[in-house]
Design a protein around this ligand. Structure first.
Ligand code: HEM
Length: 237
């Protein structure tokens, strides 16, 4: 049977039916949630993520801390590789440089989560001042203090990506050297402040990642020296 509806009318009908079905599904869901059957998925999610445990936020801060560490490590390693021209035969420099910048931002996102969650954590409670002022923490103040300084240095280095045009390449490079100190501080912070450092896997994670940074740094220095001696030899000719 031909209804003779225009395309516009069909689309409107389809959208109205979708909205109506969603409303019906939502209403059924709400009614089911009020029955004993509805408690099951809630219990499963609660059990999986320990949501009603007083330690729930503590788990989040630990997971975010490890993720932030991994991303900061990746950004540091990537940055050294980019400046050593390791990727130049594979990808345009602009692309690898932008990825380096993006990884730093992503690391900051997880650092913010790691830190902000501590404010609401009842298991390991922190005040804003204890988070912002180095060595003022109620828990392992020395090791947490290194994390706070690591955060400030990471922020400083990342900001220079956006003000490079105004500060010049020389200042940009000089400030970028702080990323080595930031990485070192954050590694020591994670190892000595973290609960998970008691696990062999986590210890291998820290050791393995730190070794990659040492290796890439040595490679960078050797390459820079080789380039310098070639330039000097060419200049002397
Ligand atoms: C204001 C700055 C910071 C504060 C107040 C802070 C606080 C803390 C605290 C209290 C812990 C111990 C949690 C536990 O019991 O395991 C911790 C662990 C950790 N933090 Fe931070 N942190 C800061 C910055 C950072 C930064 C910048 C990173 C990395 C980029 C980082 C990575 C880690 C890691 C990897 C752990 C170990 C997690 C674990 O073992 O489960 N933190 N932090």
């Amino acid at each position: 049977m031909e209804l003779g509806l225009s395309d516009r009318a069909w689309r409107f009908l389809l959208a109205a039916l979708t909205v109506l079905s969603l409303m019906v599904a939502g209403a059924v869901g709400i009614m089911l949630a009020a029955t004993p059957l509805g408690a099951l998925p809630a219990q499963a999610v609660d059990g999986l993520f320990a949501l009603s445990s007083p330690q729930a936020l503590w788990y989040v801060t630990r997971a975010a801390g490890l993720m932030a560490y991994f991303l900061l490590w990746l950004s540091t390693a990537w940055g050294i590789a980019v400046s050593s021209k390791l990727f130049d035969p594979l990808q345009p420099r602009a692309w690898t440089y932008e990825l380096h910048q993006f990884l730093s931002l992503l690391a900051i996102g997880f650092i913010v989560l790691h830190v902000v969650v501590l404010l609401g954590d009842h298991y390991l409670p922190f005040s804003l001042a204890e988070i912002l002022v180095p060595f003022a923490a109620p828990y392992r103040p020395l090791w947490v203090g290194l994390g706070v300084i690591g955060l400030y240095l990471t922020l400083l280095v990342t900001i220079t990506f956006y003000i490079r045009r105004w500060i010049g390449a020389r200042a940009f490079r000089a400030i970028h050297y702080f990323s080595f100190i930031a990485y070192l501080m954050v590694t020591v912070h994670g190892w000595f402040a973290g609960t998970d450092s008691a696990l062999g896997t986590t210890q291998w994670l820290y050791l393995g990642s730190a070794l990659v940074i040492v290796f890439l740094t040595v490679y960078r220095v050797v390459m820079a020296r080789a380039q310098l001696s070639t330039a000097t030899a060419v200049g002397a000719r």
